[in-house]
Design a protein around this ligand. Structure first.
Ligand SMILES: Nc1nc2c(ncn2[C@@H]2O[C@H](COP(=O)(O)OP(=O)(O)OP(=O)(O)O)[C@@H](O)[C@H]2O)c(=O)[nH]1
Ligand SMILES: [Mg+2]
Length: 606
């Protein structure tokens, strides 16, 4: 018989990037007495991985639990960046409701729309939280209207009677009306308990638990995290792991429930609990942990397809193997396929070459974070230019489009429209938001590769841009690529001030004096649109005759040091980024000058 578990609520916090999700979780943790009074708590305590802390963003969805009176609230914090949309999609199956956070100034942004659409598709109960009401430029009333419009746009049938809470997550304050006095998140907790449905199910039926996330622990190995949908589960219980197609016998090791930032061992769990289990052996996200006698698989969730693909290959530069610990194609292959177990929106495919793998993801940041994680683990490899994934729909070649939202001061509108025109963007909306113009475009994903840096230059850093997957549409025709060529090292050696000085007026240099470089490595960007060999290793000819005019007065310009994502955006089809734990180098695919020349000639003759 179906029962309600009134002692539990399961919610996810969803929003556009930076609207304050992780900060709100901090506040909820603090106020439910998770930390001791004198305990120093780091900000955004849930952003626990190194890259998350460095970048100040959430990359992986994570679960925590707080107690409010007699109710346990399991909270899933999700990333707001569009590239990690797959993380949001997959965790929504663990919860019954969402807190949709919206910044009191920015209002609904592209990712707000994306995540709300996903939540409504799953029929989750929403609570809208207008956050950052302490901002001096807050426009709470307008933002509430904009949120209403968004609901109407996404689901005209939806009940518009959802609760709205006003919050300053950073101070741990929430209230149900702007004019209310409040010094805590109590009003938010109350609304969650009242409005989010409690889990409903039957603990006497055969077990079903969906594996939604995985974790790893050096002592206990792989951990499966997910929600018990039906039945009861205990440590040591025999189970079947199934995805509907295969079935495998297994046994639950230990069982953990969430409590604040910790996982505590439990004796049993039943429907509605979000749990972590060890000892299962092999499984992947999307599998069902089912009853041993009557195994029934839950429907696997689908996440949006990747839109961007990149080739990862074994490093074959002259400096290969100097800086990395894992360098062979076997290492690379194992690591990439292992990533698939947890990274739900990633795809990895073999290619004709045993040394090269095609890796598909949801955007440059999605793939960039994978590359950065791997290099920190000691891997060394090369990656090629990101390419969008075309699809054939109804016999037509179609390409992914992105919804791009741009906030710029009025005076920069012209330059922005110019660069977007070339990239085949179509404007679909334009509104004025507190002195800024907010422009919305639908643009081929191809057109956005390399766009960010040009946008920042053209708006002198005054613009903000965000984009999110919009859909597929027929190919929109060619888009012009990078208009500048590369400056390529002519020989292998150590760079000198003298050498760099002699080539730096050709363009922008990427290197400094006393760096080791190799022939065919890219050392700068040419001001002209062709590739050119230069020699930054050139040494000054030593003569006995002293030059009277200050020979040491060499003034070198600061080189451009590109981040990994910038480098990926910058390279051309015949170029690669070499990634090692210590360095990011850019290189030509063909290092030999004559071979490059022959191939270019052959291409021109076609
Ligand atoms: N003024 C103000 N700033 C806030 C408030 N809440 C959060 N912030 C700030 O907003 C920034 C982003 O906060 P996060 O909590 O990391 O945002 P997030 O939504 O988790 O971001 P992602 O996980 O990367 O999508 C931080 O600098 C916070 O200090 C608030 O109530 N008022
Ligand atoms: Mg966050």
């Amino acid at each position: 018989m179906s029962k309600n578990r009134t002692d539990i609520r399961n919610i996810a916090i969803i929003a556009h990037v930076d609207h304050g999700k992780t900060t709100l979780v901090d506040g909820m943790l603090r106020q439910s007495g998770i930390f001791r009074a004198n305990e120093a708590v780091i900000e955004c305590v849930m952003d626990s991985n190194d890259l998350e802390r460095e970048r100040g963003i959430t990359i992986m969805a994570k679960t925590t639990a707080v107690h409010y009176n007699d109710t346990k609230i399991n909270i899933v914090d999700t990333p707001g960046h569009a590239d990690f949309g797959g993380e949001v999609e997959r965790v929504l199956n663990m919860v019954d409701g969402v807190l949709l956070l919206v910044d009191a100034f920015e209002g609904p942004m592209p990712q707000t729309k994306y995540v709300l659409r996903k939540a409504l598709e799953q029929k989750l109960k929403p609570i809208v939280v207008i956050n950052k009401i302490d901002r001096h430029d807050q426009r709470v009333e307008e933002v509430v209207d904009e949120v209403l419009e968004l609901f109407i746009e996404l689901d005209p049938e939806h009940d518009l009677d959802f609760p709205v809470v006003y919050a300053t997550a950073r101070e741990g304050i929430a209230k149900v009306a702007m004019e209310d006095e409040s010094d805590s998140l109590k009003p938010l907790f109350e609304i969650i308990i009242k409005n989010i449905p409690c889990p409903r199910g039957d603990d006497t039926l055969p077990l079903q638990m969906m594996v939604t996330m995985t974790d790893y622990d050096d002592y206990v190995g792989k951990i499966a995290v997910g929600r018990v949908v039906r039945g009861t589960v205990r440590p040591g219980q025999n189970v079947i792991i199934t995805n509907g197609e295969f079935e495998r016998k297994s046994r639950i090791g230990k069982l953990f429930l969430y409590d604040g930032l910790r996982r505590v061992e439990g004796e049993s769990a039943s429907f509605g609990d979000i749990i972590a289990i060890t000892g299962l052996g092999e499984f992947t996200v999307g599998d069902t942990v089912a009853d041993f006698e009557n195994p029934e698989a839950l429907p696997t969730f689908v996440v949006d397809e990747p839109t961007l693909s990149m080739l990862f290959s074994v490093n074959n530069s002259p400096f290969a193997g100097r800086e990395g610990q894992f360098v062979t194609s076997r290492h690379l292959r194992d690591r990439l396929f292992r990533e698939l177990e947890a990274n739900v929106s990633l795809r990895v495919m073999e290619t004709d070459s045993a040394d090269t793998f095609e890796v598909c993801g949801r955007g440059e940041l999605h793939l960039g974070i994978l590359i950065e994680t791997m290099r920190r683990e000691g891997y060394e490899f090369q990656v090629g230019k990101p390419k969008v994934i075309f699809k054939e729909i109804g016999g037509k070649k179609c390409e992914p489009l992105e919804l791009l939202s741009i906030d710029v001061p009025l005076e920069f509108m012209g330059p922005v429209m110019d660069i977007l025109g070339v990239r085949k963007a179509e404007m679909i909306n334009m509104i004025e938001v507190a002195g800024y113009m907010r422009l919305e475009f639908v643009v081929p994903a191809r057109g956005l590769i390399g766009f960010r840096s040009q946008f920042l230059t053209n708006t002198k850093g005054n613009g903000i841009m965000h984009h999110v997957f919009h859909g597929y549409a027929p190919y929109k025709g060619d888009i012009q690529e990078r208009s500048r060529g590369s400056l390529i090292a002519f020989e292998t050696g150590d760079t000198t001030s003298y050498g760099i000085n002699s080539v730096q007026d050709r363009g922008v240099m990427f290197i400094e004096p006393a760096e080791q470089i190799y022939a065919g490595m890219i050392v700068g960007e040419n001001t002209r649109d062709l590739d050119m060999e230069v020699n930054p290793c050139k040494k000054k000819h030593v003569t006995n005759i002293r030059n009277s005019g200050g020979e040491d007065a060499i003034r070198l310009f600061t080189p451009r040091k590109m981040s990994l994502e910038q480098a990926l955006e910058w390279i051309n089809d015949d170029e690669l980024v070499e990634v090692t734990p210590k360095s990011i180098r850019l290189r030509k695919l063909r290092l030999d000058k004559h071979q490059r020349l022959r191939e270019r000639k052959a291409a021109q003759n076609i």
